[in-house]
Design a protein around this ligand. Structure first.
Ligand SMILES: [Mg+2]
Length: 218
């Protein structure tokens, strides 16, 4: 029986290209300062570490960079009013899911300070979620720990939770390894990825229909 829905944020609830272009630019500037090197060199270094660790937050940790501090610096320099439009579809989506007796959590690798700023900018108050979990409190995905932690916090077993995200190896694979069902936002790019994906949707807004029309999610 489905009791909880756990949503990724970047690339799932937020798909603003302008925001991510600026995020990438700022991230490299901050890393270049930190490493004391040029921006192209910082790019090469972080790309290489990310190849192994799969996520930026995990890569920061393996380079001994305080990810909370990193996200705070990014957040301070992001002009959210310019980069993000209010998204009036998010709150009704979360309310619809909660009205079906599902508990809904946001699980992001962003730091707490950045995600709060972004949620305010898109006019999606963090209070509409049953829980918002960030890399300020838990290990970053793809670690299995944040998935188990979130299910526990929501009071359900992993197999009673549906994880929704846009990256297969970074988040759907660990979600599935702990026993959750998974929804990919977007398409699988290789046949071997399908073992980690139960359903695929074009956008997160198709989620209520998927849940209501799927007997195995009843
Ligand atoms: Mg994502």
């Amino acid at each position: 029986m489905l009791r909880s829905v756990i949503l990724d944020f970047d690339g799932t609830l937020n798909t603003s290209k302008r925001y991510y272009a600026r995020f990438d630019e700022l991230a490299l500037q901050i890393l270049a300062e930190q490493f004391g090197c040029t921006i192209p060199d910082a790019d090469r270094k972080i790309t290489e570490v990310k190849r192994k660790s799969l996520s930026l937050t995990k890569a920061l940790l393996s380079l001994n960079i305080d990810s909370d501090e990193f996200y705070r610096k990014v957040a301070e320099q992001m002009d959210m009013a310019y980069l993000l439009d209010e998204d009036l579809r998010i709150e009704p989506l979360i309310s619809t899911l909660r009205s079906r007796n599902l508990r809904v959590a946001l699980l992001t690798n962003s730091g707490r300070f950045l995600i709060e700023k972004v949620l305010t900018a898109v006019k999606c108050p963090s209070e509409i979620f049953d829980a918002v979990i960030t890399s300020s409190e838990v290990d970053p995905k793809p670690s299995l720990q944040p998935f188990r932690y979130t299910a526990n916090l929501l009071g359900c077993k992993p197999d009673e939770a549906l994880y929704v995200g846009d990256r297969v190896y970074h988040e759907l694979k660990p979600a599935k390894l702990v026993g959750m069902k998974t929804v990919l936002i977007g398409n699988v790019s290789k046949p071997e990825e399908t073992q980690w994906v139960d359903w695929q949707l074009e956008t997160v807004h198709e989620l209520p229909e998927l849940i209501s029309t799927n007997p195995s999610l009843a």
